[in-house]
Design a protein around this ligand. Structure first.
Ligand code: BDR
Ligand code: CA
Length: 313
């Protein structure tokens, strides 16, 4: 039976690929998308989610907008330099055919979680603001989720500071709040997502796919130009789709159950995830931390599913 999932996201180029991977996978039953401010402002992440659904003929799926800013502190920049002004630069997608649902993201997630207690997994691939709000205002619905799978965190080097990964850095208070809930939380951080790469040749092959090929390749090429600037290599990290892939094939990642703490201070380590692999702090394990990834199986899965999706359209 397909696993029911809700994707909370901030599209974002790699978010868009993650959404396509989920929709392409018979193991998953995507119930809804919800959006949050992160890579670009909420109006853009919401429009982008709707545009991606239009691309693959899934305007039937509900999409609700959530938080337009982090819980407490608003960071000084987003990552629009990474994903472009629109958040999906290079995709060339037309304007969305519809607006978001009338309800707030938190209400939509709560309604779907309570309709199927213990069954729905929330995949959060943007800042955790909506997830923390759900835990705070609808705790019974948050507890009714089966689990929460997050793209976020870094133990071996961040992308917003030497320690902080973007999704946690953008709203550290929200991330810490979610980690304190006692829910079954998995963190798929940069330690593994930086190994989940597509190459220029992969993108050239994707470009040939019907319907999704040109927009997917266009945005990945935009994303790759940023990676070339930062890392000097013609590769693109697939942060968000690795989290989705773990739901499709739970053997892709090696997980360690341990205590993870977020630095919510205002100093230079704000947004850092302190991953206590060795139990030095003696805290109760509160997260499954992704330590290793089977890179080649992930890459094959992603490319094969995108091809199957294109063929089905
Ligand atoms: C995360 O930050 C965003 O820019 C990406 O979409 C991903 O979710 C990686 O740090
Ligand atoms: Ca994202």
């Amino acid at each position: 039976m397909a696993q029911p999932v809700i994707i909370d996201c901030d599209p974002g180029i790699d978010d868009a690929i993650a959404i396509l991977l989920a929709l392409a996978s018979p193991e998953l039953d995507v119930l809804a998308l919800t959006t949050v401010a992160g890579n670009v402002p909420l109006a853009s992440t919401t429009a982008n989610g709707l545009r991606v659904l239009d691309l693959v003929g899934r305007a039937d799926l509900p999409l609700a907008a959530g938080a337009g800013r982090p819980l407490i502190h608003v960071p000084q920049d987003d990552s629009s330099t990474t994903h472009g002004e629109t958040g999906l630069d290079g995709a060339g997608l037309p304007a969305a055919s519809r607006g978001p649902a009338a309800e707030h993201a938190v209400d939509l997630i709560a309604r779907l979680a309570l309709a199927r207690p213990g069954e729905v997994t929330l995949v959060a691939v943007g800042p955790l603001t909506n997830v923390a709000l759900l835990a705070a205002v609808r705790p019974e619905a948050f507890a009714a989720l089966r689990s929460v799978l997050v793209m976020g965190g870094a133990a071996n080097g961040g992308n917003m500071s030497p320690y902080a990964e973007f999704n946690v850095w953008f709203d550290p208070e929200a991330a810490e709040r979610v980690l304190q809930t006692g829910q079954d939380v998995t963190l798929v951080g940069l330690d593994v997502t930086r190994q989940a790469i597509l190459t220029a040749a992969d993108i050239d092959a994707l470009a040939l796919l019907p319907v999704i090929g040109p927009p997917v390749a266009g945005m990945l090429r935009h994303y790759m130009r940023k990676h070339v600037d930062w890392y000097g290599e013609e590769i693109v990290y697939q942060h968000d789709s690795l989290a989705v892939a773990q739901l499709i094939d739970p053997t892709l990642l090696t997980l360690r159950h341990c205590h993870v703490l977020v630095d919510t201070g205002l100093g230079p380590a704000r947004g850092a995830t302190l991953v206590d692999r060795l139990g030095v702090y003696g805290g109760t394990p509160n997260a499954r931390w992704a330590e290793a990834v089977d890179v080649e199986r992930f890459r094959a899965l992603l490319l094969q599913r995108l091809a199957a999706l294109a063929a089905s359209l």
